[in-house]
Design a protein around this ligand. Sequence first.
Ligand SMILES: NC(=O)c1ccc[n+]([C@@H]2O[C@H](COP(=O)([O-])OP(=O)(O)OC[C@H]3O[C@@H](n4cnc5c(N)ncnc54)[C@H](OP(=O)(O)O)[C@@H]3O)[C@@H](O)[C@H]2O)c1
Length: 257
Amino acid sequence: MEQRGLGHVVGLGTWRTFDGDERLAREVVGAALDAGCRVVDSSPMYGAAESSLSAALEGRREEAAVATKIWARSVAEGREQYRRQLEWFGRIELEQVHNLLSWEEHLEWLEEERDAGRVDRLGVTHYGPSAFGELARALRTGRFDTVQLPHNPAERECERELLPLAAELGVGVVVMRPLGAGRLASRDPGPDRLALLADFGIETWAQALLKWTLSDERVDVAIPGTTRPERARENAAAGAPPWLGPEEREYVAALAG
Ligand SMILES: NC(=O)c1ccc[n+]([C@@H]2O[C@H](COP(=O)([O-])OP(=O)(O)OC[C@H]3O[C@@H](n4cnc5c(N)ncnc54)[C@H](OP(=O)(O)O)[C@@H]3O)[C@@H](O)[C@H]2O)c1
């Protein structure tokens, strides 16, 4: 799998996937790691996903880059989330402020944790274009190392300001919802139309969508979520070149409707 600024370019999301089901977490996370994924994204917002993830990483912690989040209005609540995360994961490779919630309040203590070496990078996330102005403002402080945002053929708003800004500032880009939260993934155009993309190592529609976003070199890692080990393997396989050119990207966008 190709590696960029945040490591291997296909990771794994954990929203509405295994929640508290540790057995399923071991299967899905294990399949993703075996297939070369490293970044696993979670959040205190995702039910019991973080604790299930920690169980899934038993004996494999070194293979993963844990990207989780602080989702808290107050610093006290955020610190409590972080305390549990350190118990689960030992250290955090990427700590993100979820949906910009109280981001200015959290920055100072998070920077202290990064300086102390318990966190490698700090990031900030949001899913909605109405918050992209605020996301840009947060990035312009120069205090975040990464941004997480949606990017797929039906959600391209980040191309206007955030992707150019991230490139200009040297901020890493994590793509949430690369499959349109499953909506785009379910619009499989069928084998005949996909056959035109075979030269790009694309065998499935989900792989076409993943390659669509990863073919933008400003994107560092895409984190598709899945409940199925075989799909984790399928998605990971989209992380290798060749990448799509402008024409093929337009073709995939047209197929996505
Ligand atoms: N504000 C934020 O910070 C924020 C917001 C949203 C998401 N995120 C993060 O981004 C991650 C990804 O976003 P997402 O999970 O919402 O959406 P997504 O990755 O675009 O899509 C996930 C959906 O696609 C399906 N899927 C996965 N692989 C597939 C394949 N190979 N073929 C067909 N269908 C496939 C999954 O169903 P199956 O389970 O049946 O495979 C699931 O329903 C999340 O898990 C989360 O970690 C962060």
